[in-house]
Design a protein around this ligand. Structure first.
Ligand SMILES: *Cc1c(COP(=O)(O)O)cnc(C)c1O
Length: 357
């Protein structure tokens, strides 16, 4: 049997590694786990798991509407925001259409587009920041989707509201702009603004977010997309009927109501992120000043070699070779003890792994 040619062209996803007994600071999960209200909702859902979930995720969609200020018709939920990205490519790409993707960003955009037989045009970033002028210059008649990510994975950098708005005003209205905000809740830079209300003004804007990071529900798989009702109804057509589970929907509603857990998670991240950044700078490195729940740093060494030494010491990090940054390590913010152990291990590893000349 021969799979479609495109399928053979797709490289396997490279996930953060997991090894029993080692501390995982590789996938930007919440070090506090999930919140107590979400945990109770999952436990309570057990008695109902023999019935199908609400395919439209009505209660969750209404709760998301209340939380974001949008009408529920502007929201679609997905099996992780990964799935919403996938739905966008499935709904809008004809074979041969072009998508624009940055050179050092999340791999899902390239994956979904390639699977739909789209052509991926890579746009260079500027020192870890999105270069929207380069994106604008790369637009042509074949461009169907532009993928942006803010805060960006893996650099943690943001796109300021003002530059994003100026970009949206220049993009033709038949080009979908997907703004991936998986880490939006961790941002404290006032320049970030709030792009969500722009979905009313730009029918070609889709903003995605997730319950995997702040809310600690990565294993349940729950994300959502926000856009104009017309766009959302098109995505709904390609959505599998029961794409989010009953347990995930219940957990999502509870997580949105758990403000105490959200605040504790943000505070732990804010202090840990600043502490890790300061330690890296004290080692003579220049980390990006991240707005997410991880810190990325250029080590001027083979990051895989550092990763190996640090893993032998008990902590799993993410070397960024698969993001096209072979000298960079991405460090998920953990608990204070985990952060300290991780930085001590890195400091030691920098002495054993020689700098690249
Ligand atoms: C983690 C992450 C996601 C979230 O994926 P889920 O499918 O919602 O778990 C989306 N985009 C980026 C950039 C991410 O880093």
């Amino acid at each position: 049997m021969q799979p479609r040619k495109t399928v053979l062209d797709i490289p396997p996803y490279s996930p953060g590694m997991r090894v029993p007994g080692k501390i995982k600071m590789a996938s930007n999960e919440n070090p506090l786990g999930m919140g107590p209200l979400a945990a109770r909702a999952v436990a309570d859902s057990i008695g109902e798991l023999h019935i199908y979930p609400d395919g439209g995720a009505g209660e969750l969609t209404r709760a998301l509407g209340a939380a974001t200020g949008l009408d529920p018709a502007c929201i679609i939920t997905g099996n992780g925001s990964d799935e919403v990205i996938f739905l966008a490519a499935a709904a809008y790409l004809n074979p041969g259409d072009t998508v624009l993707v940055a050179d050092h960003t999340f791999s899902e955009y390239r994956f979904s587009s390639t699977l739909m037989d789209g052509r991926v045009h890579t746009v260079p970033m500027q020192d870890g920041f999105f270069d929207l002028e380069a994106f604008r210059a790369a637009l042509d008649a074949s461009t169907r989707i532009v993928f942006l990510c803010s805060p960006n994975n893996p650099t943690g950098t943001i796109i300021p509201f003002a530059s994003f708005l100026a970009f949206m005003e220049q993009v033709p209205s038949d080009v979908l702009v997907l703004m991936d905000q998986a880490y939006a809740e961790f941002v404290d830079d006032p320049d970030y603004g709030d792009v969500v209300p722009l979905v009313h003004r730009f029918p070609n804007l889709l903003v995605t977010r997730t319950f995997s990071k702040l809310h600690g529900l990565a294993g349940l798989r729950l994300g959502y997309g926000m856009g104009n009702p017309g766009l959302i109804s098109v995505l709904s057509r390609v959505k599998p009927p029961f794409n989010t589970s009953l347990a995930a929907q219940a957990a999502g509603v509870a997580a949105l109501a758990d403000h105490d857990f959200q605040e504790r998670s943000k505070e732990l991240n804010r202090t840990g992120r600043a502490w890790i950044t300061a330690r890296l700078e004290a080692m003579g490195l220049r980390p990006w000043h991240s707005q997410a729940n991880f810190v990325c740093v250029e080590t001027r060494r083979d990051a895989r070699a550092l990763f190996q030494v640090i893993m032998d010491g008990g902590v799993i990090l993410r070397p960024c070779g698969s993001f096209g940054l072979p000298g960079c390590l991405r460090i998920s913010v953990g608990t204070p003890e985990q952060n300290r152990l991780c930085m001590d291990l890195l400091e030691g590893a920098l002495k054993t792994v020689p700098p690249l000349s």
